[in-house]
Design a protein around this ligand. Structure first.
Ligand code: C5J
Length: 220
């Protein structure tokens, strides 16, 4: 077992039953000139997560931790995208519309894939998800059960959307979640700050928060 200082208090985990979850580090969200930036978002707020997450991935691979990546996106015929999700926003910039890096958030398109800097290593599972949460309509729950995972170290984008939804889903399923503050990002600094506070508030209502150097030190 290992323990590290976190908010709201010490986080204890067994590396043998812990998985690193890297959520939606996709070009559509992260790249300059991509879909996210085209909507007027400041991608530098997400890109600051790249270097710490790359270092974290290296440390977790060296420690033999289970590593799972996710991607948000839909089938080319959009049959897995509910109208309530599809019909939001500017019609020219909706899911499935032609975007700067291929059809927006469509599986198989260049923009849908994970950025080169954080590319999955051979053998690391990539879970494709149609929703914001990584458990909804995916095989993630079964995968974690089959691997004997009990604790999740959560990273990725965006803090208040897919990271939060996934942490809430995981919390309800009984997983202990540690969110790494420097490896999660929001386009909106105020959402980043509040999103992290919401996780650790009320005695850790959804989980714990620490930074990646603290987690890496505990892993070694
Ligand atoms: C969003 C995500 N923000 N991965 N997706 O639409 O957080």
């Amino acid at each position: 077992m290992a323990t590290l200082e976190a908010l709201p208090g010490p986080f204890t985990f067994d590396p043998a039953t812990t998985a690193l979850l890297v959520i939606d580090m996709q070009r559509d969200f992260m790249e300059p000139g991509g879909f996210g930036e085209t909507l007027g978002n400041d991608v530098s707020q997400l890109r600051r997560t790249i270097a710490p997450t790359a270092a974290l991935l290296a440390a977790c691979r060296a420690a033999g931790l289970t590593i799972i990546h996710t991607r948000e996106g839909h089938l080319p015929d959009l049959s897995d995208c509910p109208p309530a999700k599809l019909n939001r926003g500017d019609p020219g910039m909706r899911i499935g519309a032609p975007g700067p890096m291929g059809r927006i958030l469509i599986r198989g398109e260049y923009g849908h894939d994970i950025i080169d800097e954080l590319a999955p290593a051979p053998g690391e599972p990539v879970v494709d998800k149609p929703g914001k949460g990584a458990f909804y309509a995916t095989g993630l729950g079964e995968l974690l059960t089959s691997l004997g995972v009990r604790s999740l170290v959560v990273t990725g984008v965006t803090t208040e959307v897919c990271v939060h939804t996934t942490v809430r889903e995981a919390n309800d399923r009984g997983y202990e979640c540690l969110v790494l503050s420097d490896c999660v990002g929001s386009y909106f600094p105020e959402f980043q700050e509040t999103g992290l506070k919401m996780i650790a508030a009320q005695g850790g209502i959804f989980g714990w928060v620490a930074d990646s150097p603290t987690f890496i030190a505990a892993l070694q």
